[in-house]
Ligand binder design. Structure first.
Ligand code: CO
Length: 474
């Protein structure tokens, strides 16, 4: 058995294409389409190494399903960052958390070399690899060839955005946000109408010291932003020479703020305070009986960012005073739509950790929902690597799991069956690292029972990735 902590974060240099992967069990014949995934896959160059997992060179992976067969291909995103860092043997692009030689704020975003290694989205017909720099890179979903940077025909400016835009099915608009850092910083929420290649401002507000925000949520009428007390220190920005995240400071004595903006006219209809917490991923939000419900995966602090450095992850456990990174809790915050209370509290929705959460997005995004999926750790597990998938019944508040000896699953993706009635009629897909065999496989679970239906074996290991998306049309 290989060590999962070593191979999960080991570079993958091979680019392959396989017409039909060996299958164990059965892949449903109705599953026709493509799972596209993104993630960091190369961490060292001849003269320099990346320090942080989030900074590895972007690699795309494609799993296509037809007639119970699964084909697979993988390719590095052919960015200038990829080309120059390999040619020059050093880090040539701005980094999120590794020690930088190029700082985000020293260059205008259009001059920068991009390494969009976080997520995949389809926006106005373009398949995009995204990071948090607001310049997505388009690629061909069949060949995985890189097509180039998408520049929008508008005048919206900002240096930091989200790799998790949300599609508002009612208005056929992709909604996201950008922060423009400056002497007076501004947080901007914008929309891209389906079919258009320009961003339209929905609303904006000034922020003295912007917070690091990774995702957000929408409801029928509102955009919900959580501002964590993980804020830019302006003096650090001025001195430069830091990675992006080194410009931020965790202030546990300050509250986390929820800001609710009208999608209609951009007005702020509510501001709420809670105890300090940090989150990468909102799970969902919706309006119900005079309140907004916001569900997210919450950490008590930002230690998870520091601890996700490669030397630490490859050891498999952290060296700090605490035995492990505090788990990310499945929390439900209640924001009253009327009334005077601006201090909000939460309920714990599951006693188990949840990260990389997903729902039946087309059906449940911005609406009340019954099931969420994620990666998870057993309570108090002394490791940093998720070893099970969790399915949470949101109404019953019960959880069930999939796990297998020596296996570490990645982000679960829900795919709805063609004749679906219930919210969870369908399958859950996950790329699983198998340390027993030193490779990865694509796992297919029944989304309702959480039982394994089948798996397709990939010839090599796939470094633990971040996000992906399923496209029935590809
Ligand atoms: Co994310």
């Amino acid at each position: 058995m290989t060590n999962p902590f070593t191979i999960g974060y080991a570079s993958l240099n091979d680019e392959i294409s396989v017409a039909s992967l060996p299958i164990e069990g059965t892949i449903p014949r109705w599953l026709v389409g493509t799972l596209l995934r993104n993630g960091p896959a190369k961490f060292e160059f001849e003269q320099e190494e990346l320090w942080h997992w989030f900074d590895g060179l972007a690699m795309l992976h494609r799993f296509s399903f037809q007639d119970g067969n699964v084909s697979y291909a993988n390719k590095f995103l052919q960015s200038d960052a990829n080309k120059t860092s390999k040619e020059e043997g050093r880090i040539t692009f701005p980094v999120f958390a590794s020690d930088p030689c190029k700082a985000l704020f020293k260059h205008s975003v259009t001059e920068m070399m991009l390494n969009p290694n976080v997520s995949i989205q389809k926006v106005s017909g373009d398949f995009l690899a995204l990071t948090e720099i607001p310049l997505p890179m388009a690629f061909d979903p069949h060949t995985l060839d890189t097509l180039g940077v998408v520049e929008y025909k508008d005048h919206l400016t900002g240096q930091h955005s989200s790799a998790h835009p949300l599609y508002d099915f009612a208005s056929k608009t992709m909604i996201s946000y950008m922060t423009e850092f400056g002497l007076e910083s501004t947080f901007k929420v914008f929309g891209i109408k389906s079919g258009e290649h320009q961003r339209t401002l929905i609303g904006s507000y000034p922020v003295a010291e912007p917070s690091y925000i990774h995702s957000f949520s929408i409801t029928e009428r509102y955009v919900v932003i959580a501002e964590y007390p993980y804020r830019v220190v302006p003096a650090k920005l001025l001195t430069g020479g830091k990675s992006f995240i080194q410009n931020f400071e965790w202030r546990p004595q300050d509250p986390t703020l929820f800001i609710v903006m009208s999608k209609q006219d951009g007005s702020i209809i509510g501001r709420y305070e809670s105890e300090a917490f940090f989150s990468f991923h909102h799970i969902n939000a919706f309006e119900r009986a005079g309140e907004i419900i916001v569900d997210l995966s919450a950490y008590p602090d930002t230690k998870v960012i520091d601890e996700s450095n490669l030397p630490n992850l490859r050891k498999g456990r952290n060296d700090g005073k605490d035995p492990y990174t505090a788990p990310s809790e499945y929390r439900r915050y209640h924001l009253p739509l009327h009334g005077s209370s601006s201090t909000v509290t939460y309920e714990l929705m599951s006693e188990y950790e949840i990260e990389l959460p997903t729902i039946n997005y087309p059906r449940s995004n911005a609406h009340d929902y019954g099931v969420a999926y994620g990666i998870s750790l057993a309570r108090n597990a002394p490791v940093l690597l998720a070893h099970q998938l969790v399915r949470v019944d949101v109404h019953e508040r019960t959880s069930n799991f999939w796990s297998a000896e020596g296996c570490n699953p990645g982000e679960p993706i829900f795919v709805q069956a063609p004749d679906a009635r219930a919210e969870d009629d369908g399958v859950v897909l996950s790329v699983v690292l198998n340390a027993n065999k030193g490779n990865s496989f694509l796992l297919v679970l029944d989304a309702h029972t959480f039982e394994e239906l089948g798996r397709a074996e990939v010839p090599h290991h796939i470094p633990l990735g971040i996000h992906g998306m399923y496209f029935p049309e590809v």
